[in-house]
Every structure is written in C-alpha cells, then in structure tokens.
Write a protein that binds this ligand. Structure first.
Ligand code: PHE
Length: 331
C-alpha cells in the first residue's frame, strides 16, 4: 500500500486531485484509516509491530502530501509572478492631513477640557426661540431680519450663532454648567475672500454661584495664552449683546498671529433675562438669577485658522482642493 500510495502521489498535478488523494488514503473512509480499524483482527502479540508499521505508513504518506502541497503552492506563485512585472514602481499610499480648522479646534477643545469644560452640541437647524427669544433678542432686532438670517419655509432657521447651544444646555442641565460648543453658524453674508455664508464658532458657557467678570477674564486670557503663546496680549472692549450684560469684545495681539490686534470674540456675563427665560421653560428655579451667575463667550475659528496657517482666502477652507489640503501634513 505504501508503495502504491507514494507512486500515486507523484501523478497528482493540482490541488483538487491532491485533495482527492488525501480523502482516498487519509480520510475517514481512507485506505490507511481502514487498515487501523483492522487492528482488532490482528493477533495480540503482533499488534505492536503492526501498529508501528501503520504509524510509519501514515507518517510517510502525510509528509509526502505536505511536500506536494508546498510545491504545488510555489508552482502557483511562480505562475502568477511570471505574469506580473515586479520591477514596476508601486502605488504610494496617500497620507492624510488635518484640515487647519480641525487642527485649531482640537487644540482649543484640549485646553478647555483641562479647565473642566465639556463639549456640548446642538442642531444647525433651529427655531426662533433658541436662536433669538431665549437669548433676549427682541422681535425687531436686525439679526432676525431675512437679510441676515436663512429662514426655512417652515419658519425654522439656520442658527446665526452657536449661542443656541447655551440655551439647549441650560434647558437640560442644572448648574454648575461648564461647556464649550464648537460648530457651524450661518448668516446671509456676501461671499468674498473674508466672508462665507457658513462659518465656524466656538461657544463657551460657565454658570455657577458667584461667577464674576474676573472669572470671565481669567478664563479667556488663560485660553488665548495657551493657544497663541504666553506673550499674547488680551484686551477687553465694552460692547453690546442682548444676552450678556456687561458685554465685551476681546482683541488679542500675538506674534503667532502676525503681531497685529485682532478682534476675536464676543463675551459677557449672562443676562438675567436669559436665566428667566430658561427658568420659565424648565418650570423650575434652577437658574434663578438671584442665586447663580455666569459668563458666556463666542468666537470665530475661521479667521484664526487662516491666520495661523497663513491662508489668504477664507473660501480655501471649504473648497476641499487637495492641492490646498495637502500642504498641512506638517501641522
Ligand atoms: N453670539 C455672539 C456672536 O455670534 C458672540 C457671543 C457669544 C457674545 C456669547 C457674547 C456671549 O457674535
């Protein structure tokens, strides 16, 4: 049987006939398996010898099958290789890069996380209540104008600032509240090198007992110095927003931003009227303005990213031109 099996295997020329060979000899019903079952009929004293011979047989056939398997496999490889020109250059894998806005956003979020701020989100499509009414913005305020705001046919709108997220967070959480909310905002601006109809803002809100203007200044100054270097100068100018009182605009001057004063952010102490609107909506006094106070800020990220990455035209940030995007792999 051994001789027959070993002779037969030499005639095996491909995988499927090798598989057939394995079934015929080594399978459950195979010749060699059948022989082992015959062991029962062998006289007791002959069994060790018979068993040994059987083992040798199985081993020699098995190892020959393995050899055959390997040589068939390398034959197949050689055949494929003969059809492929392995001297052709390969196709290099493309390496992705972070968009300058994403990069800036990641850094900003990391700094605020260290200060205990959590990231909050809200929808881009909003209602007038979250975008204006709850933020103490009167019916006749110019921001509500159709010239400034994108309204949808059903009366909803594209949020004109991320301050909507302040409202959504306070509706659903109790103080202390410490959040930042990066996201898109939309205004009907004429599109040019410095304006898009969609831009990126980052909102911040801190509400607790005894939050003061000093906390607002300390937090925002710390943030801008972390982001743009410890030499960064920060300046607060009195301003007006319906939803904060007092309100300020923040300018900064930093070497990494070209050494010129840049108007960067709006901020202020949350107006008691906003807390009242929240209390009414919630039906409780969790944000009672006689008990809690807070500050809020919002700043645009696009111009900052442009400045940091020296991008001359804001439209480049959204055109997704690979020639533009590829330049930032080193950031
Ligand atoms: N929402 C204001 C804007 O878009 C910025 C702001 C946010 C001002 C929070 C004060 C407090 O200009």
């Amino acid at each position: 049987l051994q001789a027959a099996a070993l002779a037969e295997i030499e005639t095996v020329g491909d995988r499927s006939s090798l598989d057939a060979f394995k079934v015929k000899y080594l399978g459950k019903q195979g010749e060699i398996t059948k022989l082992s079952e015959g062991m029962r009929h062998v006289a007791k004293e002959d069994r060790p010898r018979f068993g040994k011979a059987l083992n040798e047989l199985r081993q020699s056939v098995t190892s020959r099958v393995e050899e055959r398997e390997q040589s068939l496999a390398s034959q197949a490889d050689a055949e494929v290789l003969s059809r492929v020109d392995i001297s052709l250059p390969g196709i290099p894998a493309e390496q992705g890069a972070l968009h300058p806005l994403t990069h800036l956003l990641d850094r900003a979020v990391r700094i605020f996380r260290r200060l205990g701020f959590a990231v909050a989100e809200g929808p881009d499509i909003e209602d007038e209540w979250h975008c204006f009414d709850a933020l103490n913005t009167p019916q006749d305020h110019p921001a509500r104008n159709e010239q400034d705001t994108f309204y949808l046919p059903d009366g909803r709108l594209l949020r004109t600032h991320t301050s909507t997220v302040q409202i959504r967070v306070m509706e659903n959480q109790a103080p202390p509240v410490r959040i930042i909310a990066p996201g898109a905002a939309y205004r009907r601006d004429e599109v040019d090198a410095t304006h898009l109809a969609q831009f990126t803002q980052m909102e911040g809100l801190y509400v607790d007992r005894d939050v003061s203007v000093a906390d607002l200044k300390g937090t925002t100054e710390y943030f801008f110095r972390q982001l743009f270097g410890s030499e960064t100068e920060v300046r607060f100018r009195p301003h007006f927003f319906p939803f904060t009182e007092p309100s300020y605009e923040i300018d900064i001057r930093a070497k990494s931003l070209g050494g010129k004063w840049m108007e960067l952010a709006g901020c202020g102490m949350v107006d008691p009227a906003v807390f009242e609107a929240i209390c009414q909506k919630r039906g409780d006094r969790a944000f009672d303005p006689d008990v809690v106070s807070g500050f809020a800020f919002g700043f645009g990220l696009d111009r900052l990213a442009m400045n940091l990455a020296q991008v001359p035209d804001i439209r480049m940030l959204v055109e997704n031109d690979l020639r533009f995007l590829k330049q930032f792999s080193a950031l």
